[in-house]
Design a protein around this ligand. Sequence first.
Ligand code: 13P
Length: 252
Amino acid sequence: MVKRPYIVGNWKMNGTRAMLTEARAINRAAERLVKVEVALAPPFTLIQPICKEAGLIGVGAQDCHAAEGGAHTGDVSASMLKDAGAGFVIVGHSERRADHNESDADVKAKAEAALAAGLFTIVCVGETETERDAGQAEAVVARQLEGSLPHGANAPEKVTVAYEPVWAIGTGRTPTVDDVSAMHNAIRAKLGEVYGEDGAEIRILYGGSVKPDNAAELLRADNVGGALVGGASLSAESFVGIIVAAAEIAES
Ligand code: 13P
C-alpha cells in the first residue's frame, strides 16, 4: 500500500444530474478522509457539473480520442476534457477494448494524447477468464503494458496503471489476495523494464468487484496503491465505505 491510496470511481455509462447528490456526499467524505486521494470518472456529460459541485475530489473521463480534433463524430479529445475541467482520463478499459475493438496501440495513442493535453492517465490492463485458466494471465498483462503504456517526457509521473481482470468486473468474483499480489508484483517489474527507476513510483490500482467488505484485504496486497471501482462507486454509501477502508489502512 502506498502512502496515500488512490480510490477512483468509474461510473461507466451511468449517471444524470440526479447523481450530483452522490458526488456531493463523496466530496464531503473526501474532505474528512484526507489520507485518501479520491476521484470520480463520470460520463462526459457530468464532468463539468461534478467539477463545480465536488471541488475536493479529482474528476476525470473514461476515454478520449487520440487526435487533437477534427472529423470524428461523437468523439471527444483530451484537450476538450481538460477544458471541461477533467484532470485525468482512463484509457484502455476492457469494456472499450471489447466494445470498440481498441488495440494496445490505440490505447497508447490515447494515453499519449492525454499527456500531451496536460492530463494524467489511468491505463487499464487485465486478462480474460480463458487467458487466466490457460496460465497466460501475467503474459497477457505484460504484453498489454508493453503495447499500451505511453512514452515521452515525464510519462511515468502522469501514469497510473489499473489491473482489472475482465472476469472480476461486475461479477462479484475477485482473485485471491495472493493472486493480486503476484500480478501487481509482475506489473511493478514490467514498469521497471519500461520506465527504469521511475517505474517504482507508479501507482497500480486493483479493479474488479471491489466493495466495502473486501476493500481492505485487496488494498493490503503487494504493490496495490488503490482501487478502480465500478458498481460500488455509484452510491456514496458504498463508495465512502471503500474510502474509509483505505483511510484505515493508510493510517496503520
Ligand atoms: P466493478 O467494480 O463493477 O466490478 O467494475 C470494475 C471496473 O470495471 C472499474 O473500472
